[in-house]
Ligand binder design. Sequence first.
Ligand code: ADP
Ligand code: AMP
Length: 223
Amino acid sequence: MAANKRTFIVFLGPPGSGKGTQAKILEKKLGLPQVATGDLFRYNLKNKTELGLLAKQYMDAGELVPDEVTIRMVEERLARDDCARGAILDGFPRNLHQAAVLDEMLAPYGGVTVTPFFVVDDDVVVARISGRRICRNCGAVYHVAFNPPKQDNICDVCGGELYQRDDDRPETVKNRLYVYYRQTGPLIGYYFARGLLERIDASKSVDEVTRMLEATLAKYGVA
Ligand code: ADP
Ligand code: AMP
């Protein structure tokens, strides 16, 4: 068992709380890949795969993509070589069934290591989501006011064009928050009961949140 131990960090928190931003920073620092189910669906959509086209209907409505396809996609992703030491899970699990399946999937590797929970008020979340811009090419995340690119609408990293996600428009954001509270909210209790939940004040600056995350992860031997 010990020889197989891996590090799986599960980021929990509402859409727009800063999980992806922090996962991209920590993946470099920790050498663990970010596994973001939303990014995987968007990648499939961009490449017009069957999975991408199926996911689109749910994403556009702010609903969860059915468990069966989501879980299969995560299983395939975690089986890849770059997850040999573990991964940062961002956006998965999102309901109790996904959490239970993840526990089974990770049992041979010592299970989930820690669950940082991004705590932030709804009005902050709405402000962050409404100004979010993504690079069409490399997926880097910006905010028009809080984290603007050097040149309007151009990615600092790769020069790609920035766009606003369809599901970041106000009509969809409300339902995404509702779905978060109803379906993902119970995971707070699930991980608290396992002694894995670590609250992080995600209202602070990007740098401060990174520092808090690093201090928390260090307590679990992740550095
Ligand atoms: P999530 O992955 O949880 O949906 P993101 O990481 O995409 O959230 O962040 C949502 C938006 O908020 C993005 O536009 C990002 O640039 C911005 N953002 C992330 N963290 C912070 C922060 N600590 N302070 C201000 N804005 C932030
Ligand atoms: P995100 O990029 O994490 O905000 O996710 C965007 C959308 O992808 C969500 O609103 C869902 O439609 C879908 N999605 C992402 N992760 C999951 C998941 N674990 N289960 C079901 N649907 C998901």
